[in-house]
Write a protein that binds this ligand. Sequence first.
Ligand code: NAP
Length: 600
Amino acid sequence: MSAVPAHPSPLSEHQRILLGQLLEGLDRERLWWLAGYTAGIAEARTRIHLAAEALPDTDSQTRLCVVYGSQTGNAKRLAEQLAQQTTDAGLPVRLFRADAYPARELHSERFIVLVFSTQGEGEPSDDARGFVDYLCSRRVRDLGHMRYAVLGLGDSSYAQFCAIGRKLDARLAELGATRLLERVDADLDVQTLADPWLTRVLHVAREICAAPAPVAAIVTPLRPAPALPVWTRIHPYAAQVLTNQRITGRGSSADVRHIELELPVGGLGYEPGDALGVWPVNADALVDAVLSTLKLEGDTAVTQNNDTLPLRAWLRERRELTRLSRPFLDAHAARARNAELDMLLAAPDAPAAGRLLREQQVIDLLLAYPAAWTAEALVTALRPLAPRLYSIASSRKEVGAEAHLTVAHVAYITRAGQRWGSASHHLASCDAGSNVSIFLERNERFRLPDDASRDLIMIGPGTGVAPFRGFLQERIAIAATGRHWLVFGHRQARDDFLYQLEWHAALKNGTLHRLDVAFSRDQAEKVYVQQRLREQGRRLYDWLEGGAYLYLCGDATHMARDVHAALRDVIVEHSGHGREAADQYLRSLQQQGRYARDVY
Ligand code: NAP
């Protein structure tokens, strides 16, 4: 019988055995066909769930409504998982991305589950802004008839961890709705807390939506869907590195890599705008530093959740060392008993604690505030390692079964020693021929227009330019007739002009119609992309009025906010209307999918 992996799987023991029997003796071709076939069924079921009208809400039967706000795809995946499990249980469910939720129906909703992520310093995801604003507005009054549960997603290295989940939870309670389950705030290792929570929601749903629902028929696709969800976050693909090339000059202070990865047949089915999740591996030198600072032996066996590994392997492959989390800070403080550290942590929103979380790594904390740890306790307290996302910088139509990434290698020296970013250092250290664990993370909110005659305005400073290389490749491959305008920024023209030759070649052959660049450190005064947008305001507004799609990719914390402000100013100036109208103009572009952002 074929071996079906026994590691974390949504299948029951019985289902695994049946699957093993089915797979026995199947060759590659049949296995790929099967993958596409099941993907097609999954897609068809999702379509059924997304059709809001499909299932009635009657007095005799309460229907679950799942709403998600997602930036990088985690909240979306969990919401879809819940909707799928609810339907599988024969219960009625509706699933909505937050910006597609019909606000007028909120007052008649009786059972709602919110799955919302928090970005950076307490912001909602782009698709959730309208929903959060609406729920928190005076237009929503009494929700006394509603029962609800909230799952928050976030990153505990930010002071405002899961702020949006907390805000929605508190607001629903304030409006009189009944909280069915305590909110859960899931960290980057989302599945750890989310999975048991979703199981509990399902249990509650069985009680609330008791009357059996009309189960939607499964539509069997005529031909297998191209999407091949065989390789997932939990079962990543070991992609071979084909190229790892530095694309910044010798004189640059930035080390940016162009990485080409080999993918399985079908290229994981990625589309322009999608990202690759990369499982990082912590640097050996960093692991050694942690072990020697704590005087622990790397070969000590440590068992967690029935998994036994040497401590060195836990630290290398399973635990976060480059990002501090609030729970680890607290656990370390309890051991260190250091007055200075205690004072820092006493006020959670104080700038000093926030800075510590943002700027220091685990090793910095261990060195600055010595404490004793056992191997077991350390593995328990550290946050599980989470994958990092990189926007795909290629189109399958151009590169076939490959994905290209543009990666800024995070590496710097502190007084205490060398520091790295875990995934970028892992990728930058991989020679051609070595393997990287990856999976596909779809980004439905960052898509090219269906209509290839539409113009594109692409704003991508730094490695934020990555998806636009893929966009242009795709549009050239489909012979799109719309125009392309790229606005790129980086530090210095000589050393930091990423993919300069490609952009110039495209300008020359007429596939790129306009290129504006802002090199911040080539002169005394900083110049950023938003300055170019202001200078070209008339043209920008005319392109938008002509139906152009606007895309922004790069740093979420400062750049995206400042560019957004510049866009608003341009619209105010050239439309002749006020700020509020300009905000409404941008909101409306966002709702039409004509202003999309891929920022983190
Ligand atoms: P970066 O740090 O964003 O710097 C690129 C350029 O932007 C520099 O010239 C920088 O100038 C300038 N800049 C700094 N502050 C700015 C502001 N407020 N407004 C406009 N421009 C500003 O470049 P990077 O190191 O390549 O980082 C890229 C960012 O994109 C990261 O935050 C990453 O998470 C995000 N991202 C990357 C990908 C990917 O696939 N690689 C995808 C999505 C998002 P100075 O430094 O001279 O001030």
